[in-house]
Design a binder for this molecule. Structure first.
Ligand code: HEM
Length: 494
């Protein structure tokens, strides 16, 4: 059984602990956050509505020079937005020096943004953030072109394909959870371990590398993914060596080369990994992806699948450790399935895990933002938005509204059951996977993957908090990341 004795392991874990944003780690930041939140910033108008219209102007402020409201956003996440929603209403200007944006808050704004009835909102709101690294990924495409690509990609997420992926996910998970994770040690950090696991899963299920094979290549590819994914959060947002943005561009180049070669290999061959499936996929009219399309989609898919699944599985593990009665309930269902190979029908029986997953991603929503840009002058809930306005919707804030979720900070998975069904109070009250034309295409795949991980984990270990009263703290600088890597104790059951 692996143990934490090796200095290299400890050094590695220590390094992971300090990758958190300085907004969270520098001394005095908590106090600064409190002061900034208490401040009444002078408000200004973003743009005057056309004369004669009864639209209201969007008002807002820029926060501190250079860093704007980063301290409050990175530290407070959804609570920062909630405070602003209560104070300023559903539409406000965040006049950030990096990307000035209109924040659209609450479920009615979610409806307008996701349903996008008049096609006023394009996905190009994402471009300043991640466009350089995830260019021509599905989420960054718009309207007709997006629909064309989505129809072809849909084939790769059909239930008949998910059967094959689930089998492969289980193969990797069983091996890693059984052999690589450290038990009985409160220094074991779940977040980096889970991140490695979801990358190992992707190496097999997405790219067809059997676990333990092509080690050097897989490590290089995984590293390149981590670098590209992080680069969107860079403060210096231009390709100057050796900074984060530049490293992201280099890593993207490497990934393009890697996938170009793989596509050449896979074309015309059978295979059940996602890359092979994308090479074969076609829509009802026989349209297929070009080689370049597949390279771009694969790079985006890896990003879209990886941190989201890591975040969800880690958050679920934390809440199960903190709520032993729910842990037992989930384990009872897993025990009924036993240790046999998993398939979709078996995973569908783990209903308590579905509730725990929903409640976990309500409390810690992995995709914090839906970013859009207006393609013409329009209105949002009675406010005037000129063409070219960046708009950000914040689902995690809606998930904390007490008018939808009474006692919103309490972990209570039963709120998703009959007759309470709190998430159905508003059609856009629960959107961790987005909504409308761009709703997550990998939702079911992700749910199956996460349930496989949790099932194997619960069959093997009891999950415990590292110490009584342990509080989970997130870095909300990008996708939420537990600041301390989330120590957790795995107690072997057998
Ligand atoms: C718990 C896991 C996941 C969460 C919470 C999640 C969340 C989301 C959200 C909120 C969006 C919409 C973004 C927007 O409105 O602009 C999205 C889109 C997308 N997701 Fe996921 N995702 C997850 C897992 C996955 C997985 C496993 C894959 C692939 C295997 C995936 C692939 C995609 C793709 C391709 C899009 C773009 C869809 C489009 O624009 O048509 N996601 N995801």
């Amino acid at each position: 059984m692996p143990t934490i004795t090796n200095p290299q392991y400890l050094l590695d874990q220590a390094k992971r602990r300090v990758t958190t944003s300085p907004m969270l780690t520098l001394p005095g930041m908590g106090l600064l956050e409190k002061r900034l939140n208490a401040r009444d910033w002078p408000q200004h108008v973003m743009a005057q509505p056309p004369a004669g219209s009864d639209l209201k102007p969007v008002m807002g402020d820029g926060g501190l020079p250079i860093i704007g409201h980063m301290v409050e956003m990175f530290r407070g996440g959804p609570d920062f937005w909630l405070q602003n929603y209560r104070k300023h209403g559903p539409v406000m200007l965040l006049d950030s020096p990096i990307i000035p944006t209109v924040a659209a808050l609450g479920p009615d704004a979610g409806r307008a943004i996701y349903s996008n009835g008049n096609k006023d909102y394009s996905q190009q709101g994402w471009t300043p953030m991640i466009g350089a690294f995830f260019n021509r990924g599905l989420m960054l495409m718009d309207f007709e072109e997006h629909l064309f690509h989505r129809r072809i990609m849909q084939e790769a997420f059909h239930r008949s394909r998910l059967v094959g992926y689930t089998e492969q996910v289980d193969k990797v998970v069983s091996q890693v959870v059984a052999n690589d994770w450290v038990a009985n040690d409160p220094r074991f950090l779940l977040y980096p371990a889970m991140k490695e696991l979801t990358l190992d899963i992707a190496s097999m299920v997405f790219m067809g590398h059997e676990p333990g094979t092509d080690k050097e290549l897989v490590t290089k590819v995984n590293k390149a993914f981590t670098v590209t994914t992080r680069a969107g959060n860079a403060i210096i947002r231009t390709g100057i060596p050796p900074f984060t943005w530049w490293r992201g561009l280099k890593a993207r180049e490497y990934l393009e080369g890697y996938f170009e070669e793989r596509v050449r290999e896979r074309r015309g061959r059978d295979g059940s990994d996602l890359l092979s499936v994308l090479c074969q996929s076609e829509d009802e009219d026989g349209n297929r992806f070009s080689d370049d399309d597949i390279v771009n989609h694969m790079i985006f898919l890896m990003m879209a699948a990886h941190d989201t699944s890591t975040s969800t599985a880690t958050t679920m593990s934390h809440y199960l450790a903190a709520n032993p009665e729910w842990q037992e309930r989930c384990r009872d269902e897993s025990d009924r399935l036993g240790d046999g190979p998993l398939d979709i029908e078996a995973l569908e029986k783990l209903e308590s895990l579905d509730l725990v997953m929903n409640e976990s991603i309500r409390l810690v929503s992995p995709v914090q933002w839906a970013m859009r840009r207006t393609v013409r002058d329009t209105e949002l809930l009675g406010y005037y938005l000129p063409e070219g306005t960046n708009v950000i919707y914040y689902p995690g804030m809606t998930h904390r509204l007490e008018e939808i979720y009474p006692d919103p900070y309490t972990f209570d998975p039963a709120r998703f059951t009959e007759p309470r069904n709190e998430h159905k109070k508003h059609r856009y009250g629960f959107t961790p996977f987005g909504g409308g034309a761009h709703k997550c295409i990998g939702m079911v795949f992700g749910q199956l993957e996460i349930k496989t991980i949790m099932h194997r984990l619960l069959r093997r270990y009891r999950l415990e908090l590292p110490r009584p009263g342990y509080q989970l703290k997130q870095d909300y600088g990008g996708m939420p990341v537990p600041m301390d890597g989330m120590p957790i104790v795995l107690r072997p059951l057998h």
